[in-house]
Design a protein around this ligand. Structure first.
Ligand code: SF4
Ligand code: SF4
Length: 125
């Protein structure tokens, strides 16, 4: 789920508000958007991908909202990592190429495979 917006990085472009497919975000009065409907977040990462200021952190847990430590996120190097790995960060000066390792999708894909396996097992029983 979307876990944090770094207001000091946000330029108020509202790309994230427009791109969110489930209307989780509302435009803020003073620039940074507001997380208005967290229960509708589907952890799709679109807001993070489209934030050219790398101001949004989406936590990989799609079921639970975690209280995150903004400083720890900054120090982790996670901010903007997804955009970089997809090759979308070059306009921000990242010219070293993208990794294309989809590193943060791994747990989601694994859970999908586990759900499919459980359904398949249930169908056979
Ligand atoms: S896309 Fe990023 S910079 Fe633009 S409003 Fe959203 S958080 Fe702020
Ligand atoms: S992760 Fe997806 S659903 Fe959640 S706020 Fe961002 S764009 Fe919207």
């Amino acid at each position: 789920m979307i876990a944090h917006i770094f207001e000091d990085r946000c330029d108020g472009c509202n790309n994230c508000v427009a791109i969110c497919p489930t209307h989780v975000l509302d435009a803020g009065k003073d620039g940074a958007p507001v997380v208005a409907r967290i229960d509708q977040c589907q952890t799709c990462y679109m807001c993070e991908l489209y934030c050219t200021s790398d101001a949004i952190y989406v936590d990989p847990d799609q079921h639970h909202l975690h209280v995150v430590d903004p400083q720890a996120i900054l120090e982790s190097g996670h901010l903007g990592r997804l955009r970089h790995d997809y090759g979308w960060g070059r306009e921000a000066g990242g010219d070293e190429g993208h990794l294309s390792d989809f590193w943060r999708l791994g747990p989601l894909l694994r859970e999908g495979a586990e759900i499919a396996a459980r359904r398949y097992a249930g169908r056979k029983a």
